[in-house]
Design a protein around this ligand. Structure first.
Ligand SMILES: Nc1ncnc2c1ncn2[C@@H]1O[C@H](COP(=O)(O)OP(=O)(O)OP(=O)(O)O)[C@@H](O)[C@H]1O
Ligand SMILES: [Mg+2]
Length: 227
């Protein structure tokens, strides 16, 4: 479902990705690890088309997103959910409204929105906080709202960039287990993380980047496994 072919990304003078090729199948759960500045977020940004590669191709569901006209970006993002380290919730909207927001934006009717949002709230186990505002929620709860918002459109791909960077170990564990449950429902999940303990515990595919190159790619790997 995802294919990077000889992808190089240069920001100004700096080579953030250096001829990276990579394939991820539908239904996989993959951890992207590696030191700060290795290029993890850059790969994610290429997938959701926040950035374009300097050279090479980036396919998501057989579409070369690097060649997608700008106008098609919203359509691409409708088929993927994106989860951020800092949650990116709208502070003046409730959990329900935050999750419903992308659905309103595409003009879905209210009864369908209600059904979908309640479904997403159930997945993240936050039905009881539907009408609460972000500032009254814990970090873990805010991230669960962020995840509900990301899955509300039923994406085939979920991308999470350092989703537990602001959370304590117990809460991080909850979030990783939630991502695993979402993966078990058939969604491809890609997580960039520095959370060594979680990666080691979950024994999924681990791709390690260093200085813009893939240095290892292990099927049931650990944070520091090497091929
Ligand atoms: N918009 C930008 N302009 C210039 N340089 C950038 C930009 N975005 C990233 N870089 C550089 O590209 C390199 C890769 O950055 P990237 O954010 O992909 O790393 P990362 O692996 O996600 O790191 P971290 O673990 O700290 O999040 C870094 O050297 C970074 O400074
Ligand atoms: Mg990053």
């Amino acid at each position: 479902m995802i294919q990077l072919i000889n992808v190089t990304k240069i920001y100004n003078e700096l080579k953030a990705l250096d001829n990276v090729s990579l394939e991820i199948s539908q239904g996989e759960m993959v951890f992207l690890v590696g030191p700060s500045g290795a290029g993890k977020s850059t790969i994610m940004k290429l997938l959701y088309r926040e950035e374009k590669p300097t050279s090479g191709q980036v396919f998501v569901s057989n579409v070369d997103v690097s060649r997608l006209p700008n106008g098609q970006t919203p359509l691409l993002r409708r088929r993927m959910g994106i989860v951020f380290q800092d949650f990116k919730l709208l502070p003046n909207k409730t959990s329900y409204e935050n999750i419903a927001y992308p659905l309103y934006a595409i003009g879905m009717d209210r009864s369908e929105i209600k059904k979908r949002v309640h479904g997403a709230l159930k997945v993240v186990n936050l039905t009881n906080k539907a009408n609460d505002f972000p500032k009254t929620l814990s970090g873990g709860e805010q991230q669960r709202v962020g995840i509900a918002r990301a899955i509300v459109q039923g994406p085939s791909l979920l991308i999470a960039d350092e989703p537990t960077g602001n959370l304590d170990p117990a809460t991080s564990m909850e979030i990783f287990q939630l991502l695993e449950r979402i993966n078990q429902r058939g969604t491809t999940v890609i997580v960039a993380t520095h959370n060594q303990q979680m990666v080691d515990q979950m024994r999924r595919r681990v791709i390690c980047l260093s200085s813009g190159k893939i240095v290892s790619d292990v099927v049931a790997g650990t944070y520091s496994s090497r091929t």
